[in-house]
Design a protein around this ligand. Structure first.
Ligand SMILES: [Zn+2]
Length: 249
């Protein structure tokens, strides 16, 4: 119940523009507090071990959907997966004792008494891992090494992405560059046509297994009691002058 009310899509951002993102409908997706599994599940299967090869891709950290972001002074080349809506939630950022992004509980939220909540947005993308890390360029000889990941962004960066497409084009039509100067993320158009479409890579198919996991990437969900305890002992971002703009989301 709580998670439903906290999980809101981003139609708040809507304006009169007829772009793809202006008609985002609320997405309601109840998840367990740890966000890792559907609420209703069959009885757990008995413990099982597996023989794996050294070159396996079965053993992965987390749920396998990794956050993509450029390192300092680097460029990350990416394309938005067509047909996959971004996911957004109101969140609070804590530095200590726990560090991370936590979902706002809405009405009566203990963290809201300390600071304003802010949007956190997750966007499913195809990342060209093989692109040049300075320029984002792909050469005909370089392997684009396309991988599916997600970008976590604040409202400011999301707005940059929303406004980056060329007139008459959608956000999924281009390749973009995300850069990081050590303080802020920036997004700009890199190529009018996506490289994956020229290479005939089906990113929609590649991304399919990751679509449901995007819901878990907009802040951890904790109980009111837990959040109250965190607030009592925490310093939230608003108390840290160096974090005036929490692009680390
Ligand atoms: Zn709150």
């Amino acid at each position: 119940m709580q998670s439903q009310s906290r999980r809101t899509a981003i139609n708040t951002f809507s304006d009169s523009d007829e772009d793809e993102l202006s008609s985002i409908k609320p997405q309601i997706n109840p998840t367990k507090p740890n966000g890792s599994a559907p609420a209703q599940q069959a009885a757990p299967s008995p413990a099982k071990s597996y023989d794996i090869d050294w070159d396996t891709d079965k053993v992965k950290a987390g749920d396998g959907l990794m956050r993509a972001k450029p390192g300092k002074d680097e460029t990350l080349r990416f394309a938005v997966i067509p047909g996959v809506k971004p996911v957004a939630a109101m969140t609070h950022f804590f530095k200590a004792p726990k560090t991370g992004v936590f979902q706002c509980l809405g009405e009566g939220c203990p963290a809201c008494a300390k600071e304003e909540s802010r949007w956190s947005v997750a966007v499913l993308v195809a990342v060209y891992t093989g692109a040049n890390k300075q320029t984002g360029k792909l050469t005909s000889s370089s392997n684009p090494d396309i991988q599916i990941g997600y970008l976590g962004m604040s409202a400011t960066v999301f707005e940059m992405l929303r406004s980056a497409p060329l007139e008459g084009s959608g956000v999924a039509d281009h390749d973009f560059a995300m850069t990081y100067d050590g303080r802020r993320y920036n997004i700009k158009l890199l190529s009018p046509q996506t490289a994956y479409s020229k290479l005939k890579v089906d990113v929609v198919e590649l991304a399919k297994p990751f679509v449901p996991k995007l819901q878990n990437k907009v802040g951890r969900i904790v109980s009111k009691t837990e959040l109250r305890a965190m607030v009592a002992s925490a310093r939230t971002s608003s108390e840290d002058s160096n974090l005036s703009d929490v692009e680390e989301l």
